[in-house]
Design a protein around this ligand. Structure first.
Ligand code: AMP
Ligand code: MG
Length: 418
């Protein structure tokens, strides 16, 4: 097993062996947030026929080419077409048809005069403004043509995409399955949130944050509970997670006397690819596979709440993004100006939890306070993780740095911009 990898080496190694999930068919209305397996090619034209963009009168543009407010052109209103009409009417020279928005343009007509630009009197209409040919006409196929690839494979389905699928008559759609992620906590000190915390006990917050990180990615967490620090209890719980696509454990993966996660998983068929990544927080992170019999990918996260969340961010998240069919696996990166000086020892890449503030055309990043890996407040406050490079020992106030954006809410505006 390799150890002491750089984060780039670790990421490359695990992404290389991370599979993409297979397909499932869903009702399009339930496919929000899913990723398309295949491109969607239209078998229809949208709109299907030329139709009116306005309430008004369908005309032959040539008939009314000389119309003006002082010299209106008088036409006979021969018939009426409403939205949803079959469009069997045909316009002869000198005729207009009353037409409503969305109604098919009758044969012979090539423009629509807005109601406001015409005056109706009985079965006649006086056109006061000459429309250009095709004016106020929505052309057949101007949105989508037959045979056109409308949505590419790998498209993340948002509201507009679901509307488009509906317009194309696709009430079902083939999307990537969501990975099932078994989430295991371990430690004799851990209790559930309603448990007693006297006597050195603490709440297993990782169970909540890690499950939520999964859910945010559209993966389905399956909670295996809290394992006691015994090989037997760990084994029993890990076994119940071996049918999942991914197993994420936290704690018990360091070099302590009761750190049984690695040996127990080995016993159950897991091969470790590496242990230990040169980052802070989160050095004692391990990745392995139980892939005989299609077992899960195994991510053993350190126990400290911040280390667990940060290693999930750096390693589990990109893998789950790949599994769910996404083509972009990483958080948005932005350049920031540092609002405060930072120091560290050389050797590891640090992920500094920062708050972000827009100032003029720049973003200023400030550490959230204590960067201890046990201080979960540093994550509740964080809008980004600032990359303090492995070899650097200081970053000065005003220096530029790169931030992985966790929460784009710092971009939210107090006004609508219009
Ligand atoms: P360990 O890796 O087991 O030595 O755990 C490292 C630290 O993380 C210890 O202080 C644990 O109490 C803490 N810890 C472990 N698991 C959890 C958890 N599920 N939730 C919150 N803290 C935890
Ligand atoms: Mg422990």
């Amino acid at each position: 097993m390799r150890t002491g990898l750089t984060p780039a080496e670790a990421l490359r190694a695990l992404l290389e062996v991370t599979p993409v999930m297979g397909a499932e068919t869903l009702a399009s209305r339930d496919a929000l947030g899913r990723v398309l397996v295949e491109p969607v090619v239209s078998t229809r034209c949208l709109p299907p026929a030329d139709n009116s963009a306005m309430d008004g009168y369908a005309v032959r543009a040539a008939d009314v080419a000389h119309a003006s407010p002082t010299t209106p052109v008088d036409l006979e209103v021969a018939f009426e077409v409403a939205a949803g009409a079959a469009g069997e009417g045909s316009l002869r020279p000198g005729e207009a048809a009353r037409i409503l928005t969305g109604a098919p343009l009758p044969r012979g007509a090539d423009a629509v005069v807005r109601q406001e630009d015409a005056e109706r009197a009985g079965d006649r209409v006086a056109v006061r403004i000459a429309p250009r040919p095709r004016e106020n006409v929505r052309g057949a196929g101007e949105d989508v043509r037959v045979g056109e690839e409308v949505l590419g494979a790998g498209t993340l389905l948002g509201p507009a995409h679901l509307g488009m699928l509906a317009s194309l008559g696709r009430s079902t759609v083939s999307v990537h399955q969501r990975p099932r992620v078994a989430v295991l906590s371990s430690g004799d000190e851990l209790v559930e949130p309603d448990g007693e915390i006297a006597g050195g006990r603490i709440v297993s917050s990782n169970s909540y944050s890690i499950s939520a990180q999964c859910r945010e990615l559209g993966a389905e967490p399956v909670y295996l509970g809290i394992a006691r620090d015994t090989p037997e209890d760990l084994e029993r719980r890990v076994r119940s997670g071996l049918r999942a696509d991914v197993l994420v454990s936290s704690a018990g993966v360091s070099v302590g006397d009761r750190d049984y996660v690695r040996p127990v998983l080995e016993k159950l068929g897991c091969t470790w690819d590496f242990w230990g990544v040169r980052i802070k927080p989160g050095y004692p992170f391990a990745f392995g596979r139980c892939d005989e019999d299609g077992g899960p990918l195994v991510f053993a996260l350190p126990g400290n709440p911040v280390s667990a969340m940060v290693t999930f961010e750096q390693f589990v998240r990109p893998a789950l993004r790949k599994m769910t069919g996404h083509t972009a696996w990483f958080r948005p990166l932005i350049a920031v100006r540092l609002g405060e000086r930072l120091d560290k020892k050389a050797g590891r890449l640090h992920f500094v939890r920062v708050r972000l503030e827009r100032r003029g055309g720049e973003v200023v990043a400030r550490p959230t306070g204590s960067q201890s890996s046990g201080v979960l407040r540093s994550m509740t406050e964080a809008q980004g993780l600032l990359l303090f490079p492995a070899d650097a020992t200081e970053l000065r106030e005003g220096d530029t740095a790169t931030v992985q954006v966790l929460d784009a809410a710092f971009l939210a505006s107090p006004d609508p911009g219009f």
